[in-house]
Design a protein around this ligand. Sequence first.
Ligand SMILES: C[S@@+](CC[C@H](N)C(=O)[O-])C[C@H]1O[C@@H](n2cnc3c(N)ncnc32)[C@H](O)[C@@H]1O
Ligand code: SF4
Length: 334
Amino acid sequence: MDPVVDRLGRPLETLRVSITDRCNFRCVYCMPKEVFGRDYAFLDRKELLSFEEITRVVGVFAGLGVRTVRITGGEPLVRRDAEQLVEQLAAIPGLEIALTTNGALLPQKAEALARAGLSRVTVSLDSVDDAVFRSLNDVDFSVDRVLAGIDAASAAGLPVKVNAVVKRGANDDGVVALAERFRGTGHVLRFIEYMDVGHTNGWRLDDVVPADEIVARIDAVWPLEPVAPKSADSTSLRWRYRDGAGEIGVIASVTKPFCGGCSRARLSAEGRLYTCLFALRGHDLRAPLRSGATDEDLAELLRGVWTRRTDRYSELRTAGTADLPKVEMSYIGG
Ligand SMILES: C[S@@+](CC[C@H](N)C(=O)[O-])C[C@H]1O[C@@H](n2cnc3c(N)ncnc32)[C@H](O)[C@@H]1O
Ligand code: SF4
């Protein structure tokens, strides 16, 4: 089968699926409480794609060359029986199933997820300082409970990565402590530059801590050396501790954008397909799914969307583009 490529020659390889726009955290850089409070209009249950609908769409994507599906949200584990979706997806041959979670529900769920066929998990943890972490998640959730989630995932046999968003003045002075906590554990820690996703977090370029600065701070304590990227599509720049204590990554989507190798499509919880994290509008897949489209019809639709794709927002980002309307991270899933 020929790969499906877009107008810039990028193949379609990875799909991120948001399975809910709801979350049990209110991270200040993602779902600030002032906006995502009691009155916020979250999607209704009937608006969400069912697990059967998601599995069908993912199967069609797999037929077009997608090899990895990442389940995300909102917080994916707040959707009831998420492990059943994993089980359904695991029946699609040749597909790797990853999950991004805040870790809060992993102590209860890790084993069932692993049993259902999950390949690996990424847990978000932005600080190991309890007061700082509680103020970032804004629901008073402790570091220890996330660490318990990471341990539960590990004990269930799941490879774990840890993601930390770095926001200047909020948690950047904890970068070295985070590195120290995960050095030598086998869990790769990845720092993410704070991005201008959505328009509710009041993003400013001054809040971004450049990847080079993050690496320099850690290198000053434990010398680092670069590691070659795993693939052209890799979002993360890799570094290894010279003393053999493992690896870190930095996702420099603001200061070193990586649109050139981007092979990711994104499906929102209500079944809209986005070809860029910063896209304004998605393509509706739910209507055709619910009005009798065949798998061939869906494949044709997806192929048409991907082959017309030209997105490279991060490479075009300027101070001015921050004000353009965009979808929220909690809706599209990162
Ligand atoms: C939207 S969350 C969804 C999955 C899950 N709730 C979690 O937090 O891992 C996915 C990832 O996006 C990151 N994220 C959210 N808002 C961000 C922003 N403004 N800039 C950079 N990363 C962000 C989160 O830290 C998380 O690692
Ligand atoms: S980053 Fe994840 S955990 Fe935090 S508010 Fe957004 S969706 Fe929820």
